[in-house]
Design a protein around this ligand. Structure first.
Ligand code: CP
Ligand code: NVA
Length: 304
Protein backbone atom coordinates (compact mmCIF):
# COMPACT_ATOMS: atom_id res chain seq x y z
CA UNK A 1 0.00 0.00 0.00
CA UNK A 2 1.27 3.48 -0.85
CA UNK A 3 2.43 5.50 2.16
CA UNK A 4 0.17 8.32 3.33
CA UNK A 5 1.31 11.59 4.93
CA UNK A 6 -0.62 13.96 7.17
CA UNK A 7 0.47 17.38 5.98
CA UNK A 8 -2.87 19.17 5.68
CA UNK A 9 -6.50 18.59 6.69
CA UNK A 10 -7.36 19.67 3.14
CA UNK A 11 -5.97 16.34 1.85
CA UNK A 12 -8.48 14.21 3.80
CA UNK A 13 -12.23 13.65 3.76
CA UNK A 14 -14.83 14.16 6.48
CA UNK A 15 -15.15 10.36 6.59
CA UNK A 16 -11.44 9.91 7.35
CA UNK A 17 -11.56 12.58 10.05
CA UNK A 18 -14.60 10.93 11.66
CA UNK A 19 -12.86 7.54 11.53
CA UNK A 20 -9.85 9.08 13.30
CA UNK A 21 -12.22 10.46 15.96
CA UNK A 22 -13.83 7.02 16.41
CA UNK A 23 -10.39 5.46 16.85
CA UNK A 24 -9.39 8.30 19.19
CA UNK A 25 -12.40 7.57 21.39
CA UNK A 26 -11.44 3.89 21.57
CA UNK A 27 -7.76 4.64 22.27
CA UNK A 28 -8.58 7.33 24.86
CA UNK A 29 -10.83 4.92 26.80
CA UNK A 30 -8.11 2.25 26.78
CA UNK A 31 -5.46 4.76 27.89
CA UNK A 32 -7.58 6.08 30.75
CA UNK A 33 -8.63 2.61 31.96
CA UNK A 34 -5.01 1.42 31.85
CA UNK A 35 -5.78 -1.30 29.32
CA UNK A 36 -2.77 -1.67 27.05
CA UNK A 37 -3.00 -0.99 23.31
CA UNK A 38 0.32 -1.59 21.58
CA UNK A 39 -0.10 -1.95 17.80
CA UNK A 40 3.22 -0.18 17.08
CA UNK A 41 5.64 -2.54 18.89
CA UNK A 42 9.10 -2.20 17.35
CA UNK A 43 8.18 0.92 15.34
CA UNK A 44 9.99 4.25 15.62
CA UNK A 45 9.02 7.84 14.90
CA UNK A 46 11.71 10.43 14.10
CA UNK A 47 10.65 13.84 15.41
CA UNK A 48 12.39 16.74 13.69
CA UNK A 49 12.07 20.11 15.44
CA UNK A 50 13.21 23.46 14.02
CA UNK A 51 11.07 25.34 16.58
CA UNK A 52 10.37 24.91 20.32
CA UNK A 53 7.51 22.76 21.60
CA UNK A 54 5.96 21.38 24.77
CA UNK A 55 2.69 19.70 23.78
CA UNK A 56 3.68 18.43 20.34
CA UNK A 57 6.95 16.88 21.46
CA UNK A 58 5.54 15.40 24.67
CA UNK A 59 2.29 14.06 23.20
CA UNK A 60 4.00 12.37 20.23
CA UNK A 61 6.77 10.93 22.41
CA UNK A 62 4.40 9.66 25.10
CA UNK A 63 1.97 8.49 22.42
CA UNK A 64 4.56 6.36 20.59
CA UNK A 65 5.67 4.83 23.89
CA UNK A 66 2.10 3.96 24.89
CA UNK A 67 1.51 2.38 21.47
CA UNK A 68 4.51 0.09 22.02
CA UNK A 69 6.95 2.05 19.86
CA UNK A 70 9.62 4.66 20.41
CA UNK A 71 10.12 8.30 19.37
CA UNK A 72 13.42 10.07 18.76
CA UNK A 73 13.62 13.79 19.55
CA UNK A 74 15.86 15.52 17.00
CA UNK A 75 16.40 19.06 18.26
CA UNK A 76 17.08 22.12 16.05
CA UNK A 77 20.83 21.70 16.59
CA UNK A 78 20.95 17.99 15.74
CA UNK A 79 20.40 17.21 12.09
CA UNK A 80 20.07 20.82 10.87
CA UNK A 81 17.93 19.83 7.92
CA UNK A 82 18.59 22.02 4.88
CA UNK A 83 21.80 23.37 6.45
CA UNK A 84 24.09 20.47 7.36
CA UNK A 85 22.58 18.38 4.59
CA UNK A 86 19.69 18.63 2.18
CA UNK A 87 16.09 18.03 3.22
CA UNK A 88 15.79 15.34 0.55
CA UNK A 89 18.82 13.43 1.87
CA UNK A 90 17.51 13.63 5.45
CA UNK A 91 14.16 12.26 4.20
CA UNK A 92 15.94 9.33 2.53
CA UNK A 93 18.13 8.58 5.56
CA UNK A 94 15.31 8.84 8.13
CA UNK A 95 13.26 6.49 5.94
CA UNK A 96 15.95 3.79 6.22
CA UNK A 97 15.81 3.76 10.04
CA UNK A 98 12.25 4.67 11.00
CA UNK A 99 8.58 3.95 10.36
CA UNK A 100 7.36 7.56 10.45
CA UNK A 101 8.52 11.17 10.66
CA UNK A 102 6.87 14.00 12.55
CA UNK A 103 8.30 17.43 11.75
CA UNK A 104 7.82 20.95 13.13
CA UNK A 105 9.37 23.31 10.59
CA UNK A 106 9.40 26.94 9.52
CA UNK A 107 8.80 26.80 5.74
CA UNK A 108 5.78 24.76 4.65
CA UNK A 109 7.51 23.90 1.37
CA UNK A 110 10.18 22.09 3.39
CA UNK A 111 7.68 19.63 4.86
CA UNK A 112 6.35 18.99 1.36
CA UNK A 113 9.92 18.28 0.20
CA UNK A 114 10.45 16.02 3.21
CA UNK A 115 7.27 14.06 2.41
CA UNK A 116 8.06 13.82 -1.31
CA UNK A 117 11.46 12.28 -0.62
CA UNK A 118 10.55 10.05 2.34
CA UNK A 119 9.29 6.52 1.79
CA UNK A 120 7.58 6.54 5.21
CA UNK A 121 4.60 8.66 6.42
CA UNK A 122 5.35 12.29 7.31
CA UNK A 123 3.17 14.11 9.86
CA UNK A 124 3.02 17.90 10.07
CA UNK A 125 3.67 18.99 13.67
CA UNK A 126 3.29 22.68 12.66
CA UNK A 127 4.73 24.86 9.93
CA UNK A 128 4.45 28.60 9.35
CA UNK A 129 1.38 27.79 7.23
CA UNK A 130 -0.52 25.00 9.03
CA UNK A 131 -1.04 23.17 12.33
CA UNK A 132 -3.30 20.26 11.32
CA UNK A 133 -2.76 17.99 14.38
CA UNK A 134 -3.88 20.89 16.58
CA UNK A 135 -7.12 21.52 14.69
CA UNK A 136 -7.94 17.80 14.45
CA UNK A 137 -7.65 17.77 18.26
CA UNK A 138 -9.69 20.94 18.60
CA UNK A 139 -12.59 19.54 16.62
CA UNK A 140 -12.46 16.25 18.55
CA UNK A 141 -12.61 18.26 21.79
CA UNK A 142 -15.64 20.18 20.53
CA UNK A 143 -17.33 16.85 19.65
CA UNK A 144 -16.66 15.58 23.17
CA UNK A 145 -18.25 18.62 24.79
CA UNK A 146 -21.06 19.41 22.34
CA UNK A 147 -21.70 15.93 20.79
CA UNK A 148 -22.05 17.50 17.30
CA UNK A 149 -20.28 20.17 15.24
CA UNK A 150 -22.53 20.93 12.24
CA UNK A 151 -24.10 24.40 12.49
CA UNK A 152 -22.04 25.46 15.51
CA UNK A 153 -20.73 29.02 15.39
CA UNK A 154 -16.96 28.81 15.85
CA UNK A 155 -15.20 32.16 16.19
CA UNK A 156 -11.43 32.42 15.96
CA UNK A 157 -10.28 35.76 17.40
CA UNK A 158 -6.68 36.62 16.63
CA UNK A 159 -3.95 36.21 14.08
CA UNK A 160 -4.74 34.69 10.67
CA UNK A 161 -1.79 32.35 11.02
CA UNK A 162 -1.11 28.58 10.95
CA UNK A 163 -3.87 27.59 13.42
CA UNK A 164 -6.48 29.81 11.74
CA UNK A 165 -5.42 28.46 8.32
CA UNK A 166 -5.97 24.88 9.48
CA UNK A 167 -9.37 25.88 10.89
CA UNK A 168 -10.31 27.20 7.45
CA UNK A 169 -9.26 23.89 5.90
CA UNK A 170 -11.43 22.10 8.49
CA UNK A 171 -14.41 24.32 7.57
CA UNK A 172 -14.35 22.79 4.07
CA UNK A 173 -15.09 19.35 5.60
CA UNK A 174 -17.90 20.16 8.10
CA UNK A 175 -20.74 22.67 7.80
CA UNK A 176 -20.11 24.63 11.00
CA UNK A 177 -19.99 28.41 10.74
CA UNK A 178 -16.41 29.70 10.96
CA UNK A 179 -15.50 33.33 11.56
CA UNK A 180 -11.87 34.42 11.66
CA UNK A 181 -11.85 37.82 13.35
CA UNK A 182 -8.50 39.56 12.95
CA UNK A 183 -7.11 43.08 12.57
CA UNK A 184 -6.95 44.37 9.00
CA UNK A 185 -3.67 43.19 7.47
CA UNK A 186 -3.52 40.00 9.56
CA UNK A 187 -5.91 37.88 7.50
CA UNK A 188 -5.26 34.15 6.90
CA UNK A 189 -3.36 32.85 3.88
CA UNK A 190 -5.06 33.97 0.66
CA UNK A 191 -4.67 30.63 -1.18
CA UNK A 192 -6.29 28.78 1.74
CA UNK A 193 -9.19 31.26 1.77
CA UNK A 194 -9.57 30.79 -2.00
CA UNK A 195 -9.59 27.01 -1.53
CA UNK A 196 -12.32 27.34 1.12
CA UNK A 197 -14.42 29.51 -1.19
CA UNK A 198 -14.22 26.90 -3.96
CA UNK A 199 -14.42 23.71 -1.89
CA UNK A 200 -16.26 24.79 1.26
CA UNK A 201 -19.90 25.10 2.30
CA UNK A 202 -19.82 28.91 2.04
CA UNK A 203 -19.57 28.75 5.84
CA UNK A 204 -16.43 30.80 6.40
CA UNK A 205 -15.95 34.56 6.65
CA UNK A 206 -13.50 37.16 7.86
CA UNK A 207 -14.53 39.86 10.34
CA UNK A 208 -12.58 42.67 11.98
CA UNK A 209 -14.87 43.57 14.90
CA UNK A 210 -14.48 41.13 17.88
CA UNK A 211 -17.70 42.17 19.68
CA UNK A 212 -19.76 41.63 16.53
CA UNK A 213 -18.01 38.34 15.74
CA UNK A 214 -18.42 36.88 19.26
CA UNK A 215 -22.21 37.35 19.37
CA UNK A 216 -23.93 34.01 20.20
CA UNK A 217 -20.75 32.05 19.55
CA UNK A 218 -20.65 28.35 20.51
CA UNK A 219 -16.84 28.37 20.54
CA UNK A 220 -14.41 31.25 21.07
CA UNK A 221 -10.88 30.31 20.07
CA UNK A 222 -7.62 32.19 20.21
CA UNK A 223 -3.89 31.74 19.65
CA UNK A 224 -0.84 33.85 20.48
CA UNK A 225 -0.47 37.17 18.66
CA UNK A 226 3.24 36.61 18.09
CA UNK A 227 3.95 33.16 16.66
CA UNK A 228 7.27 31.35 16.80
CA UNK A 229 9.63 33.03 14.34
CA UNK A 230 7.78 36.39 14.41
CA UNK A 231 9.48 37.77 17.51
CA UNK A 232 10.92 40.75 15.62
CA UNK A 233 7.35 41.95 14.82
CA UNK A 234 6.20 41.66 18.44
CA UNK A 235 5.76 45.39 19.20
CA UNK A 236 3.91 46.09 15.97
CA UNK A 237 1.63 43.08 16.37
CA UNK A 238 0.76 43.81 19.99
CA UNK A 239 -0.40 47.29 18.92
CA UNK A 240 -2.39 45.92 15.99
CA UNK A 241 -4.13 43.30 18.16
CA UNK A 242 -5.17 45.69 20.91
CA UNK A 243 -8.93 45.03 21.32
CA UNK A 244 -8.71 41.40 20.19
CA UNK A 245 -8.17 39.96 23.69
CA UNK A 246 -10.68 37.37 24.92
CA UNK A 247 -11.80 38.78 28.28
CA UNK A 248 -15.01 38.32 30.27
CA UNK A 249 -16.69 41.26 28.49
CA UNK A 250 -16.09 39.68 25.08
CA UNK A 251 -17.11 36.26 26.41
CA UNK A 252 -20.43 37.71 27.64
CA UNK A 253 -21.40 38.28 23.97
CA UNK A 254 -21.18 34.52 23.33
CA UNK A 255 -23.72 31.84 24.34
CA UNK A 256 -23.68 30.95 28.05
CA UNK A 257 -22.32 27.48 27.29
CA UNK A 258 -19.68 28.77 24.86
CA UNK A 259 -16.44 26.75 24.89
CA UNK A 260 -13.26 28.80 25.24
CA UNK A 261 -10.31 27.26 23.45
CA UNK A 262 -6.64 28.04 22.98
CA UNK A 263 -4.00 25.84 21.36
CA UNK A 264 -1.44 26.94 24.02
CA UNK A 265 1.11 28.18 24.91
CA UNK A 266 -0.94 31.17 26.12
CA UNK A 267 0.44 34.61 26.71
CA UNK A 268 -1.89 35.26 29.62
CA UNK A 269 -3.37 38.77 29.83
CA UNK A 270 -2.30 39.34 26.22
CA UNK A 271 -4.65 37.41 23.86
CA UNK A 272 -6.69 35.95 26.77
CA UNK A 273 -7.22 36.94 30.39
CA UNK A 274 -6.54 34.67 33.38
CA UNK A 275 -10.19 35.00 34.34
CA UNK A 276 -11.35 33.51 31.03
CA UNK A 277 -8.69 30.84 30.49
CA UNK A 278 -9.16 29.62 34.07
CA UNK A 279 -12.93 30.16 34.02
CA UNK A 280 -15.84 27.69 33.71
CA UNK A 281 -16.13 27.97 29.90
CA UNK A 282 -12.51 27.05 29.26
CA UNK A 283 -11.66 23.60 27.89
CA UNK A 284 -8.03 24.40 27.08
CA UNK A 285 -6.52 21.62 29.18
CA UNK A 286 -8.92 19.01 27.76
CA UNK A 287 -7.76 20.27 24.40
CA UNK A 288 -4.09 19.91 25.40
CA UNK A 289 -4.70 16.36 26.72
CA UNK A 290 -6.51 15.35 23.55
CA UNK A 291 -3.39 16.05 21.45
CA UNK A 292 -2.13 12.75 22.88
CA UNK A 293 -5.22 10.70 22.06
CA UNK A 294 -5.91 12.14 18.58
CA UNK A 295 -2.28 11.87 17.47
CA UNK A 296 -2.11 8.25 18.68
CA UNK A 297 -5.05 7.52 16.36
CA UNK A 298 -3.29 9.30 13.47
CA UNK A 299 -0.07 7.35 14.17
CA UNK A 300 -1.95 4.04 14.19
CA UNK A 301 -3.80 4.93 10.98
CA UNK A 302 -0.66 5.94 9.08
CA UNK A 303 2.04 3.65 10.49
CA UNK A 304 0.45 0.38 11.66
N1 CP B 1 -0.16 23.73 20.76
C1 CP B 1 1.09 23.32 20.51
O1 CP B 1 1.42 22.88 19.41
O2 CP B 1 1.94 23.42 21.56
P1 CP B 1 3.52 23.31 21.50
O3 CP B 1 4.00 24.48 20.65
O4 CP B 1 4.00 23.42 22.91
O5 CP B 1 3.89 22.01 20.86
N1 NVA C 1 0.60 30.16 16.02
C1 NVA C 1 1.45 29.60 17.05
C2 NVA C 1 0.95 28.24 17.42
C3 NVA C 1 1.71 27.60 18.56
C4 NVA C 1 1.22 26.22 18.86
C5 NVA C 1 2.88 29.55 16.54
O1 NVA C 1 3.09 29.21 15.37
O2 NVA C 1 3.77 29.87 17.33
Amino acid sequence: MEKRDFISIADYSREWIEEIFRLTDEIKKKTISGEGYCPLIGKTLAMVFQKPSARTRISFEVGMYQLGGHALYLSPGDIQMGKRESTADIARVLSRYNDGIMARLFAHKEIIELAENATIPVINGLTDLLHPCQVMTDLFTIYEHKKYVDNLKIVFIGDGNNVANSWINMSTKFPFELIVCCPVGYEPDSSIMEFAKKKGFNNFRIMHEPFEAAKKADVLYTDVWVSMGQEKDADEKKKAFDGFRIDSKLLSEAKDDCLVMHCLPAHREEEITDEVIDGPNSVVFDEAENRLHVQKAILVDLIK
